[in-house]
Ligand binder design. Structure first.
Ligand SMILES: [Zn+2]
Ligand SMILES: [Zn+2]
Length: 397
């Protein structure tokens, strides 16, 4: 009954028929603002201007099979809420603080449980195997060498032999190399945690020189690192955002006030594991952090230009002595766009900054030039960064 009413309360937003909603569901109607809040968690971008599908991927989560605190099926329901196209549960391969209660030596098990949960409840979500491998030498920094291996075939093949009923162990270097030998995509996680910025140590450099590392997190949970962004650009790495969820997604929202989970937008030919993997290998990824797109111009531009469009609402006819027109800037994505006016526009009724709301539009008056039928407007998109401190510039017509 509650679920039914919740659904009707949600539908109310579109019908705006308060009376009928009250008649059908007088007790448990979800308040309209709560429904809005719930919906704004969902990440969605239309097809990019270059024809690529913009898929939403999280490469970094945990469950009780390592140091997370939820069963993997919760990760699937959270992925539904966030609109993910692909999910990985990347357990620490050799760190199981719950081992006394959950003495499972099978390091593929979290993937299998997640995969089964998605297959039965959310088949639209692709689930791939992954693990997080950490170098353990504290003198090198506690967090300076955490690597996710995703699109992995067999996590157990990376383990060292152990005596029965003891937690699994790895040689981290061999584990990373072994994952690479399985054709996994390797991502260097939260590289700024020890130093405050991304500074490779000798062992990182050896992995970079050996072309072992494919991607770099520039955003992790509620953090974004400009030095990591710079590093990823300079080293031809896939630009990645990972939620690194350990507890529930809702607790992340509550703790940070951030509206959507940190994730990666992937420009893929289609929604298949193979196409998404190819996109990581081709570096066609953009990190999404708190409604900011972070990536190369090659990838950020088609995403923004696929989502943000200019439409002429009215335009003055030749001979009109007033010469005013109206344009609508429309946003077909789940992130609001924050625009700064640049260039020689003739917008009459906006300040220097314009926000185009989620799935919405702003209508602006402009002074049209004689005979002009297609006005041209240029903006900086402040929440689309193509280099540190460098917003994307677009011209809409
Ligand atoms: Zn980590
Ligand atoms: Zn992690």
């Amino acid at each position: 009954m509650i679920a039914l009413c919740t659904k009707k309360g949600f539908a109310m937003r579109f019908k705006t028929t308060v009376v009928s909603a009250l008649l059908t569901c007088s007790v448990f109607v979800l308040p309209a603002n709560a429904a809005d809040l719930q919906d704004t968690r969902k990440i969605a971008f239309p097809v990019a201007q270059d024809g690529s599908h913009v898929l939403v991927v999280d490469t970094h989560t945990h469950s009780v099979f390592s140091d997370g605190s939820v069963w993997p099926n919760i990760r699937v329901s959270e992925a539904v809420q966030s609109g993910l196209d692909m999910l990985t549960v990347t357990e620490h391969i050799d760190y199981q603080p719950k081992f006394a209660d959950l003495p499972n030596l099978d390091r593929n098990r979290a993937f299998e449980v997640t995969h089964e949960a998605a297959a039965s409840g959310a088949p639209e979500i692709l689930v791939v195997n992954g693990v997080e491998i950490a170098q353990p030498d504290a003198s090198l920094g506690t967090y300076s060498g955490h690597f996710n291996a995703i699109f992995l075939n067999d996590a157990n093949a990376l383990l060292l032999p152990t005596r029965k009923n003891l937690p699994p162990r790895v040689d981290w270097r061999k584990a990373v190399q072994g994952a690479k030998a399985q054709d996994a995509v390797i991502i260097w996680n939260h590289s700024w945690w020890d130093q405050g910025r991304t500074e490779p140590q000798t062992f990182h450099q050896a992995l970079l020189d050996g072309k072992v590392i494919d991607g770099l997190e520039v955003a992790n949970a509620d953090q974004y690192s400009e030095s990591a962004f710079r590093f990823a650009l300079d080293h031809d790495m896939a630009i990645v955002g990972g939620s690194d969820l350990h507890s529930t997604q809702q607790s992340f929202f509550d703790r940070t006030g951030i509206e959507q989970r940190t994730s990666t937008l992937v420009l893929a030919e289609n929604k298949t594991e193979a196409a998404i993997k190819q996109a990581f290998l081709s570096r066609r990824t953009v990190a999404l952090y708190n409604h900011t797109l972070i990536g190369r111009e090659r990838d950020v531009r088609p995403i923004v230009e696929g989502a943000l469009t200019l439409h002429v609402v009215s335009i003055s006819q030749p001979g009109d002595p007033f010469g005013f027109g109206r344009i609508a800037l429309r946003n077909a994505s789940s992130s609001p766009f924050s625009l700064r006016r640049i260039g020689d526009d003739t917008i009459m009724d906006a300040g220097a900054l314009i926000t185009v709301p989620v799935y919405g539009e702003v209508v602006l008056a402009f002074k049209s030039k004689a005979g002009e039928q297609r006005p041209t407007m240029s903006f900086e998109v402040l929440n689309a960064q193509i280099e540190p401190h460098t917003p994307l510039r677009i011209t809409l017509k």
